[in-house]
Design a protein around this ligand. Structure first.
Ligand code: ZN
Ligand code: ZN
Length: 351
């Protein structure tokens, strides 16, 4: 695909053999210069002091500055937000665009990750491209997940959030609890992740089909497209891959719901990361702008999508619970004609 989507356009890296790269890096880290003591018994403060003494030339002021900087980096934050509320147009405020999370560190005793041996990779997921008024909307970041090299692509897929994985049936009474089972994902479990000319298919479910077949058949007749092959999502680990960082790859599910994903960062796992393998993949950030607000009050998140109403000017109107009941119901009875569906946002609470 490099001929069609030229890597230079995306300012991405070369292919990086993740396993080889981090094995070399891990071995390099073991070569601490003689005379520099960085044993695990030392506190972070003592380690910083040891490095600065070894490197020489640090004035007392510079030492203090670096200590305060490094102590911020190592503080035990469990979660923090970088955004502030904007009362007028919260969905457009630059400060509210992205929420960053930091997963709590694991107690060292229950650590199952190998520190400075295993590596983690951040994978950014983008919203599917949709057309509005006949024009394609721009790619929009949705959320970022952190996976371990030992995680499979299926582990990654299971954590990707998309509202099309939920089944939305018409709701007659908005005051009753909605039964979301079975989900679209249960009924249509097929999907693939396409990386460097390989379709990694998810065939774990007995009803799963190979989505890539029709594409491969078409591509075989196109002379400009390199041969495409298939792999198994459930048995392919992240450390089997040699991706380009920053290059767009594809995740497709629910028929034609197509997301771009990119490998954005990678690092050796250290004490400042969650150290339990079951904490991966986890969410590291998500885009607040994707939250749709109620079109009437413009304050609360939409819970319903009201369609074809003869009392509203739009074909589809997102509404919160309060506005829906106030504007379209009287004593529990519908006012006017419309059909009502639950509006589902990506749910990041369980990642
Ligand atoms: Zn999707
Ligand atoms: Zn409202």
């Amino acid at each position: 695909m490099d001929k069609l989507y030229k890597p230079v356009k995306y300012q991405c890296s070369d292919h990086i053999e993740l396993k080889t790269y981090f094995t070399k890096y891990s071995n390099l880290l073991k070569k601490v210069p003689p005379g520099l003591n960085l044993s695990e018994e030392l506190t972070p403060f003592e380690k910083h002091e040891a490095i600065m003494t070894y490197r020489e030339g640090f004035t007392p002021e510079k030492r203090e500055e670096l200590h305060s900087f490094l102590s911020i980096c190592e503080s035990d934050l469990t979660i923090y937000r970088v955004e502030t509320e904007s009362p007028k147009r919260p969905e457009r405020s630059k400060n509210t665009e992205r929420i960053f999370l930091r997963v709590a560190r694991t107690n060292k005793d229950s650590a199952t990750c190998k520190i400075k041996k295993e590596f983690a990779v951040a994978v950014r997921i983008y919203h599917p491209i949709t057309k509005k008024n006949g024009r394609k909307k721009r790619f929009q970041f949705s959320h970022e997940l952190v996976v371990l090299g030992s995680n499979t692509l299926a582990d990654l897929r299971d954590k990707i959030q998309c509202r099309s994985d939920f089944l939305c049936l018409e709701v007659k009474d908005p005051t009753l609890d909605i039964d979301y089972s079975p989900s679209s994902k249960d009924v249509y479990p097929s999907g693939f992740i396409f990386i460097d000319n390989v379709f990694y298919n998810d065939m774990r479910h007995k009803n799963a089909i190979d989505y890539s077949k029709v594409i491969r058949t078409w591509a075989a007749e196109e002379s400009t497209i390199a041969p495409l092959s298939t792999g198994n999502m459930a048995t392919t680990c992240i450390n089997d891959l040699s991706p380009r960082f920053g290059y767009p790859y594809v995740y497709q599910h629910q028929g034609d719901c197509e997301h771009l994903l990119t490998f954005s960062r990678s690092w050796l796992v250290t004490n400042s990361d969650p150290l339990n393998t079951k904490d991966y993949p986890h969410l590291s950030s998500f885009h607040l702008i994707s939250i749709k607000l109620c079109i009437l009050c413009y304050k609360k998140a939409a819970k319903w999508m009201c369609c074809d109403s003869n009392r509203l000017p739009h074909k589809e109107t997102p509404l919160c619970q309060e506005c829906l009941l106030e504007f379209l119901y009287v004593d529990g009875e519908k006012r006017g004609e419309f059909t009502l569906y639950p509006y589902i946002e990506e749910d990041y609470s369980n990642i």
